[in-house]
Design a protein around this ligand. Sequence first.
Ligand SMILES: [Fe+2]
Ligand SMILES: [Fe+2]
Length: 356
Amino acid sequence: MQRALSVWGACRSFDLAETDAIAAASGRILIVDLDLSDPATIGAARAALAPHRRGGTPFLFLLRDMSARCQMQANALGARVVLPAATAQPALLDRVGALLGLLQEAGPQAAQQRRFVRASAAFADLLEAAGSGDALPVQLIHDGVEAINRAAADADLDAWLDLVWRHDDATYQHCLLVSGLVAAFAHKLGFSEADRQLITGAAVLHDIGKARIPLDILRKEGPLTPEERAIICRHPQIGHDMLVAQGGFAPLVLDAVLSHHEMLDGSGYPRGIGAERISDPVRVITICDIYAALIERRSYKQPLPPGEAFAVLVGMGGKLDRDLVRVFGEVVLGTAVSRLGKVLGPAGPRDAERVA
Ligand SMILES: [Fe+2]
Ligand SMILES: [Fe+2]
């Protein structure tokens, strides 16, 4: 839930016993998930929440027992909203977004936000299942993919990116970013509706193997040791094996998960295969994946502006599909010629490869 709630910004969780930490925490909203049938818990909650109640922070209570007594108890503790603990995650995220004043009620932006929240909630369940070894929730993945595709069809990539940057969790940010880029790119390339669904689904799942990589390595600040790098480089194979073990995933999805770090010149991993064995959909995903990593803010690196990130793709030369990179430029830089000219200097886009 903490990860899912990060769609609205940084989220921390506390145990009720951490009274001092709760009192010292500053936040825009408090979500309280406690057993209010226990008088000792109620007493502790009253003390822990008091400074925030005085400060006017809104409380949202999740109750496992929705009896009138427990609801009254929650209200007495200062609840502004009371929901059953079993509330579906998208509905919970909507309520939290509304309480924070971040969720628009109407208009095209509101629709985009709701799609983003849906996709984000689907990711929460997906990563949770992947990390714990449960079967991946195929229907939820499908719902998330549909939301991303509709967002891309609206051709409002900027609005999607604004929402992605608000998300506090780097893994989510990356998956939502790559998926949004792939959906927009597939749209630009004229993929059929069915093919767009398929390739966006592959993008959603491309890094699923990272759910099994220790978090202290994934989130490490500073350079990785060769051993740590080797562990991270296992994620395509791990992800592929997870999907094969579960069964029912399209060959394109399996291929993308396994081969999204392969390069056309054979310098990629895990297999070092070359252009003849790297399909077009995988090439599309690889371009979006690298571009996303370049424009993301990470603890160990500054984000690159879109133009500079695109110049890096161009500079990779024969590792990536040059024709696809060119079209991708039109997706991320708007009118490629004018904006690329600014990035690469007065010589203009024709010199892109030489500059690189
Ligand atoms: Fe990856
Ligand atoms: Fe990735």
